[in-house]
Write a protein that binds this ligand. Sequence first.
Ligand SMILES: Cc1cc2nc3c(=O)[nH]c(=O)nc-3n(C[C@H](O)[C@H](O)[C@H](O)COP(=O)(O)O)c2cc1C
Length: 137
Amino acid sequence: MDTSIAYWTRTGHSRKIAEHIGNTLKLPVHNLREGPPPRGHLVLVSGIYAGKSDPKMLNALQALTPDTTPRLTLVITCASPDARDLDLRKALASQGLAVDEKEHVCPGGFLFIRFTRPNQRDLDAAAAFVKEAIKQA
Ligand SMILES: Cc1cc2nc3c(=O)[nH]c(=O)nc-3n(C[C@H](O)[C@H](O)[C@H](O)COP(=O)(O)O)c2cc1C
């Protein structure tokens, strides 16, 4: 199954992470604000804002079906080391989409909290996670 990387960003981190993964693994990278992503396994890179995903992204993701997107892998970027978005998983599950249980959290600075992240090591770790996830298909 073909894999592509899709991102939704407010401050640029998700784009940076997605582009690094795409360049490292030679995979196409898609900005979800420009329309639905390519069919196939989708790696979704997105941030957390006030504890949630951007509602506009959830809206855009409604275009996905189990037919267009048989598998999703999540890469979340946030300032807190343990922030998660269970609502994102719930929304995707309610569409019948299969989401890998294992997800990757990439540090992404906000104001003075971890403002130097993601750094090169964070970007490399995100690419290594996706490489492993693809192997486990
Ligand atoms: C308005 C706003 C609210 C945020 N709220 C949270 C939050 O609740 N928890 C958290 O861990 N990070 C929070 N962050 C930090 C972002 O999740 C983090 O910087 C992420 O890397 C941003 O991704 P992006 O640049 O792709 O939009 C917030 C950032 C912004 C701009």
